[in-house]
Design a protein around this ligand. Sequence first.
Ligand SMILES: *Cc1c(COP(=O)(O)O)cnc(C)c1O
Length: 388
Amino acid sequence: MERLVTGVPYFRPNISEEEIALVESSLRSGWLTSGPRVAEFEAAFAAQVGAKYAVALNSCTAALHLALLAHEIAPGDEVIVPTLTFAATAEVVLAVGGVPVLVDCRPDTLAMDFDAVRLAITPRTRAVMPMHYGGSAADMTSAMAIKAENPQIAIIEDAAHAFPASHELGRIGSIGDSTCFSFYANKTMTTGEGGMLTTDDSKICDHVRRLSLHGLSRNAWSRFETSSSWDYDIVEAGWKYNMTDAAASLGLGQLGRAQELAESRRQIALAYDEAFSAVPGVTPRSAGEISANACHLYVVRVDPSICATDRTGLIETLADRDIGTSVHYRPLHMHSYYAKTRGYQPEDYPVAAQQFEQIVSLPIFPGMTDSEVEAVVKNVTDAVTGRG
Ligand SMILES: *Cc1c(COP(=O)(O)O)cnc(C)c1O
């Protein structure tokens, strides 16, 4: 069998020499923790997404956790979360003593199904957490309509996949009450580990900032700025979730290239769309208007009744040819922890359970070459048609 390239990783980091120099100069500046680069990164990020405020944190998980606390989600409160998401979206609800109420996904976009969200609302519902699956916006029109009808419900977005992305209501980061982004190593932009919370509410911003630094009355930045004072007051019990200046320096560099990096992923997605439109049994999820999509994931469904292999077989065949893939995600209700503690059966969320058997995420990252894209397409096509 002819091979076009030897292997394609699922993901390859894209760090420029300029970004390395920014991190180096940050280290030389003497600011090892949160300092001027963090403040600069927050301001630049808020401006890019069209939010009034941004707080840089050490992960998206931290941002989600503090968002729930700042929105006063208390023990026993219900928070509606998609079942087809990463662990973090629901575990932060458990961390504050809340009840994650799972809902199914839509079969076309794989995003949270808002008809299901409406049915899941009870008098105890205090938040809905839309997750922008793959990088295309969840149904924020429905989310904001739900909020308008139920002002006690906060809209806290898990935007770990969705920078830079937009919706007809605006850029992701400017729509819900709080939006949480991830700068984990393989996300659309990275600080190694890192996250950002954006909001238009100054009280939420101040509260998240305070909780991120032990609940102290002032953060380390202002503590060192005002030379006079050694004193601080613990206003409430908090956490230690702040970002370092070195991480923020990398973030500033990545932010400057974010549109370029997104464009590169969009070109790859378009090439895959075109190639797979000619392959029966391989159906990309509907991801909407490409220019609005951060294109974090490229997910196809493999229909085993049409293809010569199923999803799992395809992953194995591709692995044999050194082509990396992933699956986003095993639905939460099909994990042993949730099944054990909540008694879930796979068929409780039938769309997610059925889609889970068929989904595979293909390599998509800036800097992926045309021949790498061709190699993925050829190997997928060969495997599903039984030629490979
Ligand atoms: C990556 C991811 C997170 C967590 O991000 P961290 O920055 O690693 O905490 C949360 N939600 C989703 C959907 C993710 O993909």
